[in-house]
Structure formats: C-alpha cells, structure tokens
Ligand binder design. Structure first.
Ligand SMILES: [Zn+2]
Length: 396
C-alpha cells in the first residue's frame, strides 16, 4: 500500500516577511499557518524561481538534436540546485523544420518523465522571426531568419499542444502584426525582442496582443543613437512586461536601476537567458552550431566578437546580484524571478496553500547574504535529499 507522507517546515515567508509553518502532503502545500515558536531568523521560504528563458544549463545545450532524457534531467536538476524548479526550455533561431523537430523531440522526452513535466512548465521559441539588422540579431544567425506566416504560428501551436508557449519575435518584420494576433488567439504569449521597431509598430504590436519584451538592453547594438533608440521607445510603450538579465554584465548597474525607475518594478521580470555554460567553470561551450567562450568574468562571447551570446548566470545568483545593483534586500526582488514570469505565462507560482510543495528554502548570513539554497523536496517526489530542518511524519 502507498505510504501517505506529510512534511512540515517553518521559516520566514520571503514576501510577507512573517514566520510561517507549511504542511505539505502528497506533494502539495495543504496548510500555511503561524508556527508555535519563531523559526531561526536565517531560514527563509520562497516560491521556486521560474526562469522563462533557458537555452541550456550545466553543460547541456538544449539546441542540440537528439538530446537525451538523461541530459535534460541533468540540466533540470542543476537548475533546481540553483533555486529554479520551473523553467521554459528555449529554442532559438534555426532552419524552421529543424526548430520544429527539436521542439517535438524535447516535448516527447518531457512527456515520459514526471520530474521533467514538473520542471519544464512550457517552451520559449526565440526566433527565427527576429531583426536581421547588425547588432539586433545578437547571436542568432540572420541567414536563417524569416517572416512569420499563419502556417508557422499554427505549426508552433500544434507541436506544443496546449503547453504554455512564449514566442519572441520582432514586430517590424512583414506580416508580424497579423502573426501576433493569430498567436495570441491560439493562446501563445508573444514577447517582442531582437527588434528595432518604431514607436508606432511597438504600439501596434501591443494592440495586437503582445505582452512581453525579451531581455531589454540586449539584442541591440552596443552603440545606440542617443536621441532615438529601442530602449527609449520601449520606455514609452505601455503594456509590456520586460525581462532583464540580472547578471551585472548584460545590463550595467546604472541602466538596471534606471529601467526599474522608469518602468516600475511591476513591469519587470528577470531571466537568466542561460546557455550550457551556466553553472559550469570557464571554457568553451556549445549553443547550437556555435562554439562560445566563457572566461573567468562569466561573459559568454563568440570568440573574437564583442556581443554577448546568452549568459552563464545561475538563477539564484541573479536574485542576489539584482538586489546588490538596486541596493535593496533580496526579498524585495524575489517575486520578479518567481511570481512575475509565471504571471506573464498565465501560470501560478506562489508560496501558498494548493501549490506544489517544491519551493525554496534559503539560509542566509547575518548580513542577509546567501549561505545556502535548496528546493524543498516533498517526500513523495524524491529526487534529492530534503533540508535537514524538515520534520517528517509518515504513517503506513
Ligand atoms: Zn535573445
């Protein structure tokens, strides 16, 4: 007979900053109340990080054909160890049939693993409908870019079933506005990115249903016209949830602060845009057909070129670096890497009753710096050892 297992953990809720006791049963949080005694001030509970743009992780490149279930699981577990139990697997610009085949393959691997189903909450397709202008295409191959057609959009929807799907495209491409309308009518979330669109086209894209902007401050040339550039145009466009890569590299600390001030914290979410080098030592790593170089500074470059190509950021480090750049406690920024991206995707990712019992347990130092992060593991979802502070009751 199956064992019914109940877990209990106490800590400080990172958003309400109150002491809480969580009781979890069969992988779900079933109760959240006040603990009988105050938990140690250094133990915090937080919803799992949710990363909406992961191109690869821990030495595994999601752009490779015939990726194995073991490789995908290994990347998911490495992300989990970095506080991120949920993410969107991201596939980038390629020949369309190859991109579709890759997505189909990844989805079939996920369908065979309960652990991958819990971790991969959807898909992010970045390209091939992007700007091929120098600087704007970033690490994407402009020769493989094309204009979106209804056939493309319907094919994406059919290959991803009803899974949450984020499509990053450049709205100035011919027929892009029609494609946005169709995509949104099919339940696809549309994010603008790698774009040099005019203010009028950005506004038209929002009217057509686009709700996101992908990694603002990147996917554009290093040198921009001081009077008129994509940053200023996005600042003036209402209705977009903007992602930022908080690694202190992709967006400089002053620009990071300014974007928060101009757009407001509620219009921002964080993503790692991680590639296979993330969570790994410096070296050479793959992103699709490209070989990229990662130095001790954690910058991912195409050898000999100035533009960045994805990041080597661990999600949990993104939280603490964002807090450092903004000069605030990490608790203030946590929702931007957990609840906010979930909201963009129409998902829930909160620390509350009824939610999956895989959330972050953080130990911090007296200075409120990270000492350790673990994703709490409900005992019927065992893939790694639970926190030592978990009290466990089980009965046959
Ligand atoms: Zn990009």
């Amino acid at each position: 007979m199956a064992r019914v297992t109940q877990d209990e953990i106490c800590g400080w809720h990172c958003l309400t900053r109150r002491p809480i006791r969580l009781i979890c049963k069969d992988g779900i949080i079933i109760k959240m109340d006040k603990p009988r005694s105050r938990p140690p001030r250094v133990q915090w509970l937080a919803p799992s990080l949710l990363d909406a743009q992961v191109n690869g992780y821990g030495g595994v490149d999601f752009q490779q054909d015939n990726l194995s279930a073991e490789e995908l699981l290994s990347a998911a577990r490495r992300l989990r160890a970095a506080g991120c139990a949920r993410f969107l697997v991201t596939v980038i610009t390629d020949h369309w049939p190859k991109l579709i085949a890759r997505l189909r393959h990844l989805r079939s691997i996920r369908a065979r693993s309960a652990e991958l189903q819990a971790a991969i909450v959807g898909w992010h397709v970045e390209g091939p409908f992007l700007s091929s202008e120098p600087g704007f295409h970033g690490a994407h191959n402009p020769a493989l870019m094309c204009d979106p057609t209804p056939r493309h959009v319907r094919e994406l929807r059919s290959v991803s079933g009803q899974d949450p799907l984020l499509l990053t495209l450049s709205p100035e491409r011919p027929r892009a506005l029609k494609a946005i309308k169709l995509a949104v009518s099919l339940g696809i979330k549309v994010s603008l990115g790698h774009t040099n669109a005019s203010p009028e086209i950005l506004r038209a894209a929002v009217e057509a249903g686009a709700t996101g902007f992908t990694h603002l401050g990147n996917g554009c040339p290093r040198e921009l016209d001081r009077h008129d550039n994509i940053l200023w145009r996005v600042f003036e466009t209402r209705g977009l949830m903007v992602s930022l890569i908080p690694d202190q590299i992709h967006v400089s600390p002053p620009l990071f602060r300014l974007i928060h001030r101009v757009l407001g914290a509620d219009s921002i979410y964080y993503t790692s845009d991680a590639m296979s080098a993330a969570g790994q030592p410096p070296g050479r790593y793959k992103l699709g057909n490209m070989e990229l170089e990662v130095g001790p500074d954690q910058i991912v470059r195409q050898p000999g070129k100035p533009l960045f190509a994805g990041s080597a950021l661990r999600p949990i480090d993104g939280i603490f670096r964002a807090a450092r750049m903004l000069g605030c406690p990490w608790q203030d920024v946590w929702a931007r890497f957990s609840e906010a991206p979930a909201e963009l995707m129409g998902l829930r990712n909160e620390l509350t009753v009824g939610q999956p019992a895989d959330f972050c347990v953080l130990q911090v130092t007296g200075e409120n710096e990270l000492a350790e992060v673990r994703v709490f593991q409900a005992s019927n979802l065992v893939t790694s050892s639970p926190s030592t502070s978990v009290r466990r009751k089980s009965r046959p």
